[in-house]
Design a protein around this ligand. Structure first.
Ligand code: KIV
Length: 284
C-alpha cells in the first residue's frame, strides 16, 4: 500500500522563522474559490472575522459565530495547498477563560484542518495564548486596533496617538510574544509604534494600517480588489476594480436576456438526436 502524499503547506513555525527575512505577504480569504486564486501568491491566508462585514453585511464583527468561522475556515483549507491557513477566533469564543478558548480553538483546528488560530489579545489575554500554545495550538496574536473591542473604543480608531495608549499597545505586543504567539497582526497604529513593536518582539509582525515598519502586510482581499465598498481606507491600495466589472457584466447579461440574445444557439441543448448522443452529453 502506498503512503498518501502529504500536502506541503507553509507551517506556522516556518512563518515565524521569517522574522527579519523576506517580508511576509498575507491576504484574507473566506471561500474555496478565492483561496484557489490567492493561494500560490501569498505566504498565509487569513480567514478573518472581517467576513462578518464583507460577506454578511454586518456593521461589526461581533455577531460572527464559531460555526461561521469553522465553515469558512474549512472551505479555505479545501481551496488551498500552499499557504499557511490561519482562522480568526470570533468574539466571545475565547475571552471567558483559557479552558473555553482551548475547547473552541481545538474544535476549530479539528473541523477546519487550519494551521493555527488568531486571537485579538494583549496583556489581559496573554495567559490564554500561553494555555493554547503549550497545548499544540499555534496562535497568531492581534494587537493595536482590535475590532472586537470596537464598543470599548467607541468606534474604529487608529491606536497609539497618545503616549499612554502607545505604551499599552507595545506592552500588549510584548506580552503576546512572551506568551508564545508565533506571529502577530498589528492593526491601525502610528508608524513609530509599529517600528518599536517590530524591533522588540522576536516574532514577525504583520501590519494592516500600521506602516511599512512591519515584517509583513495583510489586507482584506475584497478591499484590494475593489469588491467591498466605494470607501477606500487610507491604508488600502486598490489593485483592481472588480466591483465595476461585476456590475458591467450583470448589466450586459440582463440586457442580453431582455433582447433575447442570451442564450444563443451555442448555449442550448438542441432537440435529442436519434442516436441519443445529445442526451448522453447532457448526462455526462
Ligand atoms: O478579520 C480580519 O480580516 C483581520 C485582518 C484585517 C487582520 O483581522
Amino acid at each position: 500500500m502506498s503512503t498518501p502524499s502529504r500536502i506541503k503547506r507553509i507551517t506556522a513555525p516556518e512563518l515565524s522563522a521569517r522574522k527579519g527575512k523576506e517580508p511576509i505577504a498575507v491576504l484574507t480569504a473566506y471561500t474555496a474559490p478565492m483561496a484557489q486564486f490567492l493561494d500560490e501568491h501569498v505566504d498565509c491566508l487569513l480567514v478573518g472575522d472581517s467576513l462578518g462585514m464583507v460577506v454578511y453585511g454586518l456593521d461589526t464583527t461581533l455577531a460572527v459565530t464559531l460555526d461561521m468561522m469553522i465553515n469558512h475556515g474549512a472551505a479555505v483549507v479545501r481551496g488551498s495547498n500552499h499557504a499557511c491557513v490561519i482562522v480568526d477566533m470570533p468574539f466571545a469564543s475565547y475571552q471567558e477563560s483559557p479552558e473555553q478558548a482551548y475547547r473552541n480553538a481545538a474544535r476549530m483546528m479539528q473541523e477546519t484542518g487550519a494551521d493555527g488560530v488568531k486571537l485579538e489579545a494583549g496583556v489581559a489575554l496573554a495567559p490564554t495564548i500561553e494555555f493554547l500554545a503549550q497545548r499544540g495550538i499555534p496562535v497568531m496574536g492581534h494587537v493595536g486596533l482590535m475590532p472586537q473591542s470596537v464598543n470599548t473604543y467607541g468606534g474604529f480608531r487608529v491606536q497609539g496617538k497618545e503616549t499612554a495608549v502607545a505604551r499599552q499597545v507595545i506592552d500588549d505586543a510584548r506580552a503576546v510574544s512572551d506568551a508564545g504567539a508565533f506571529s502577530m497582526v498589528v492593526e491601525g497604529v502610528m508608524e513609530p509604534v509599529a517600528r518599536e513593536i517590530t524591533n522588540v518582539v522576536p516574532v514577525p509582525t504583520i501590519g494592516i494600517g500600521a506602516s511599512a515598519e512591519c515584517d509583513g502586510q495583510v489586507l482584506v482581499s475584497e478591499d484590494l480588489l475593489g469588491l467591498f465598498s466605494d470607501f477606500t481606507p487610507k491604508f488600502v491600495k486598490r489593485y483592481a476594480e472588480l466591483g465595476n466589472q461585476i456590475s458591467a457584466a450583470a448589466a450586459a447579461y440582463a440586457e442580453d436576456v431582455r433582447a433575447r440574445r442570451f442564450p444563443a444557439a451555442e448555449h442550448c441543448f438542441g432537440a435529442p438526436k436519434t442516436d441519443g448522443a445529445e442526451v448522453r452529453q447532457l448526462k455526462s
